[in-house]
Design a protein around this ligand. Sequence first.
Ligand SMILES: NC(=O)c1ccc[n+]([C@@H]2O[C@H](COP(=O)([O-])OP(=O)(O)OC[C@H]3O[C@@H](n4cnc5c(N)ncnc54)[C@H](OP(=O)(O)O)[C@@H]3O)[C@@H](O)[C@H]2O)c1
Length: 290
Amino acid sequence: MSDILVTGATGGLGQAVVENLLKTVSPGDIAVLVRDPAKAADLQARGITVKQGDYNDYASLVAAFQGVDKLFLVSSNDIPNRVSQHTNAVHAAKEAGVQHIVYTSFQRKTEDGSSAAWPIAEAHLLTEKLLKESGLTYTILKNALYLDVLPLFMGPVLDTGTIYLPAGEGKVPYASRADMGAAGAAVLTGTGHENQSYDLSNDTSYSFHDIARILSDLSGKPIQYVSPTAEEFGTALTGAGVPAEAIQMTAGFCAAIAQGEFDFPGTTLEKLLGRKPETAEHFLKATYQL
Ligand SMILES: NC(=O)c1ccc[n+]([C@@H]2O[C@H](COP(=O)([O-])OP(=O)(O)OC[C@H]3O[C@@H](n4cnc5c(N)ncnc54)[C@H](OP(=O)(O)O)[C@@H]3O)[C@@H](O)[C@H]2O)c1
């Protein structure tokens, strides 16, 4: 019997949840679901039960979820296929007798398809609906954009001296993936989180002007923020050899940022952590070793 099973444990968020669980939960009460057990050999060595399964393989999920009380369901990163994958996971959890699913969703202002982030948002909304209709106890974690996506969005910013992104004046209360993991573990081990939806974000929102200023202050180099049109952005990055899919993904997120789609600063994350979340200053200083 494993009280808690965490999916996506070979990924950044799942790993962070497991590491935080281990602070208060015996490894014998934790299981993980992974596609490739070899990637979780370290967890197995620490006494965690490693179960092989794939969101695309319903039977593997039903088998893996046997004896599990609480399931931490990390949303898939396979964007085109994740509605069917999440549906498999929720139905399998119900069939296996799981009591409570904690699902990692994401923050949004609109739910009517008008957001530039709709290709990302749609699967989360459908999964939330499925969970609410499942009869299972749920907790929905509407995660803010990670601080960890900033380096991916910005590229080699300290070399170029420019943040070149079509995000306008939009602001985001980015929080670190590590803090999201700690909050996830707090929900799994705490009480009173049944059938709740939480916006997990920092208490401060940052524009890319703010990020440029922070990086300038930390590095001592002038870093500017330039917000091109989506078309200019596409042309420039295509010319630099960036794959079309990556350009489209970044441009979509930036357009949504410009729309204010993710601008929900709050203190729920702080309350779950019992401390202030990591700031952008702290994250950027550590990431760029400044
Ligand atoms: N809020 C944000 O800013 C943000 C940013 C990026 C992503 N996200 C979302 O949050 C999720 C967690 O973030 P992350 O940073 O931990 O992502 P990540 O590092 O890419 O990890 C994704 C995890 O999902 C697992 N997975 C993928 N397809 C699967 C399948 N078919 N069956 C079972 N497991 C599967 C992966 O397993 P393998 O190791 O086998 O590939 C990996 O462990 C992402 O998947 C994505 O939905 C949010």
